[in-house]
Design a binder for this molecule. Structure first.
Ligand SMILES: Cc1cc2nc3c(=O)[nH]c(=O)nc-3n(C[C@H](O)[C@H](O)[C@H](O)COP(=O)(O)OP(=O)(O)OC[C@H]3O[C@@H](n4cnc5c(N)ncnc54)[C@H](O)[C@@H]3O)c2cc1C
Length: 299
């Protein structure tokens, strides 16, 4: 099944993003959570690529195991950080061998302590070059997703340029755009309108990270530059000493966001940043009576 086809029907395709855990216990926990999430009929799972390629093998191990155990489509993330073209080619060959369906093609962040991204000699400076490379070298092997930024990428010279660069990634062959997390749907709608206005025609899939912990979300949002609406922040602060209260407020907010994106915004896909836990996403999907897509499992 082609990546873009997930978003071509009246139903809503759910993709679920995981990251490689550091410990063996974390891995056991991850697979229990994946098994629980399978009952909601997701379309595919994705697994991130650790900063600087630190989890390269683990990323592929996880998606391969999900594919083998659950017969579902899988996507491996890949960044350009610290990698030459040859290393990237080797990763993609390995991904193909392990039946990875889709690649989330990214530039990646500068290594810790560095402000600017510097491409290694013989590597790529921007994600559009990576997309071009995948399309040239692996023309029929992978669907490609790229990242989009409703609130503009932090390093971009301005909003218009950021969008031009996004269009370059799409023109190079990306099938879909998955957005950075956001908490105000109007940011997403404005972004989607701007994409349409400059001729980006592929599906733009909103990325949702339910808040389950105030401190964690403050850290994540400052890292990725997304805004926490003041009313959400103050509701969370009321429960500063109450973990369940924070979970409830965050999950309620995300539930309302998803409902609005599907019903008012007409979105035919939602990408959840699960952080390896099923509880928040399961609560949201259970609360909504939306036409979730149950895609036939791959054989
Ligand atoms: C859905 C999603 C998944 C992610 N998964 C991971 C992951 O697994 N691992 C990880 O380390 N990080 C991940 N990230 C974070 C991502 O790596 C960072 O946001 C990174 O800083 C930018 O990556 P990019 O692919 O958007 O880069 P690019 O598209 O290359 O953009 C980076 C910056 O350069 C500018 N730019 C883009 N193209 C050009 C060009 N041709 N010339 C000049 N300037 C240009 C852009 O405006 C932007 O400011 C993810 C982000 C998202 C939204």
């Amino acid at each position: 099944m082609r990546l873009g086809d997930f978003y071509n029907s009246d139903r809503v395709a759910v993709s679920l993003e995981l990251f490689p855990p550091k410990t063996a216990e974390g891995m056991v926990d991850l697979f229990q959570n994946v098994a629980e999430l399978m009952s909601f009929g997701p379309s595919f799972f994705t697994c991130t690529y650790g900063a600087g390629g630190s989890t390269r093998d683990k990323t592929l191990d996880i998606v391969e195991r999900i594919h083998n155990e659950f017969f579902i489509h899988v996507a491996a993330h890949l960044t350009c950080v610290g990698a030459t073209k040859e290393e990237i080619r080797a990763y993609l060959e390995d991904a193909r061998r392990r039946h990875v369906d889709f690649i989330v093609a990214l530039r990646g962040d500068p290594p810790q302590g560095e402000k600017r991204f510097v491409a290694v000699e013989g590597g790529f400076a921007h994600a559009n070059e990576l997309v071009e490379f995948i399309r040239q070298e692996f023309p029929d092997d992978f669907g490609i997703a790229v990242a989009g930024y409703p609130e503009t990428h932090q390093e971009a010279p301005n909003r218009a340029k950021d969008l031009e660069y996004l269009k370059m990634k799409v023109d190079a062959g990306a099938d879909i755009v998955i957005t950075q997390l956001f908490y105000d749907n109007d940011d997403f709608y404005r972004f989607r309108d701007r994409c349409e206005a400059i001729g980006i025609k592929v599906p733009i899939i909103p990325g949702i990270l339910p808040v389950t912990n105030l401190k964690q979300i403050q850290r994540i949002s400052s890292l990725c530059g997304c805004t926490l609406p003041p009313e959400l922040l103050s509701r969370l602060e009321v429960h500063a000493e109450n973990a369940q209260g924070q979970f409830d407020v965050g999950v309620y907010h995300a539930t309302r966001q998803v409902e609005d994106l599907v019903n008012r915004g007409g979105c035919r896909g939602i990408h959840f940043y699960c952080l390896n836990k099923s509880r928040a996403v399961a609560t949201i999907l259970r609360a909504l009576t939306l036409p979730w897509k149950t895609v036939p499992h791959r054989g």
